[in-house]
Design a protein. Structure first.
Length: 264
């Protein structure tokens, strides 16, 4: 914001404006001569009036001194003139930034013990399981978010009906992890086992059928995570309900496995 005539003249001179006419009164400025725009002015009169205004204008500031290289030195900055300046404190050993603070957080992460890093990365579990119970059976399948819920529910119902069950309870789901960060308490592999154990404990004595449950895990780790399920597992099939719906050969393989396990 321009407040004085000196600032205005300096701003116009810096912008290269040598002649201007104010449309409305400006604070601190001399009144402009009145012009009538009712008719087209005579070119000769206009030139003469402009010449008089140039002669009566406020003198421009002296040109800036030249440096040793022959280029004009900017003695005054326009932005500095418009805004107050703040002196920067001198750099001293006490106020210099500590270089160690910038790298302290990565250093802490890298300095974690191997056991703790394994608990944060390798100890996490990703699972999405669906549970259907009917009579003496508990069907557990890897749940897919890409296949429709109705399709997977229908396939689970057909499998249990093929085993002679007519009353099938509503599906239950277990999605893990509960929180995205493995650092949050209650989100570890042991917590997953604890939740799974409590869920399976209500179906004690039932024959458990697994369909593609945690098939991406290694055999040793999968056996450890599914200890509560595998102790009562009657059939462990490698393909989930979503995989069965996409491949008829998988359906035939499951049907043959069910007949071999539960027939007679």
């Amino acid at each position: 914001m321009i407040h004085t005539e000196e600032q205005r003249q300096f701003y116009l001179a810096s912008a290269g404006v040598r002649m201007w006419y104010a449309k409305k009164p400006l604070p601190g400025a001399a009144p402009s001569p009145e012009f009538s725009f009712s008719r087209v002015p005579d070119p000769e009169i206009t030139v003469a009036a402009d010449s008089e205004r140039l002669n009566e204008s406020v003198p421009f500031p002296d040109p800036a001194p030249k440096t040793s290289k022959g280029t004009p030195a900017r003695s005054v900055d326009l932005q500095a003139l418009m805004t107050p300046t703040v002196e920067e404190p001198e750099s001293t050993p006490e106020n210099e930034p500590d270089q160690l603070q910038e790298t302290s957080e990565p250093a802490k992460t890298a300095a974690l013990p191997a056991e703790e890093q394994g608990a944060l990365v390798g100890g996490s579990v990703t699972a999405n399981l669906g549970f259907w119970s009917a009579g003496p059976y508990l069907l557990v399948s890897q749940w897919s978010t890409e296949a429709s819920d109705k399709l997977q529910d229908t396939l689970a119902t057909n499998i249990l009906q093929a085993l002679g069950q007519t009353e099938i309870n509503d599906r239950q789901n277990l999605q893990w992890p509960v929180f995205r960060s493995p650092r949050i308490p209650g989100n570890s592999a042991k917590d997953f086992q604890s939740v799974l154990n409590r869920l399976v404990s209500s179906h004690t004595g039932k024959s458990i059928i697994l369909l593609g449950v945690l098939g991406d895990e290694s055999e040793e780790r999968r056996s450890d995570l599914l200890r509560a399920l595998l102790s009562e597992t009657a059939l462990d099939f490698e393909h989930s309900l979503a995989a069965l719906s996409a491949n008829p050969a998988h359906k035939r393989g499951l049907w043959n496995a069910l007949k071999a396990r539960f027939s007679g």
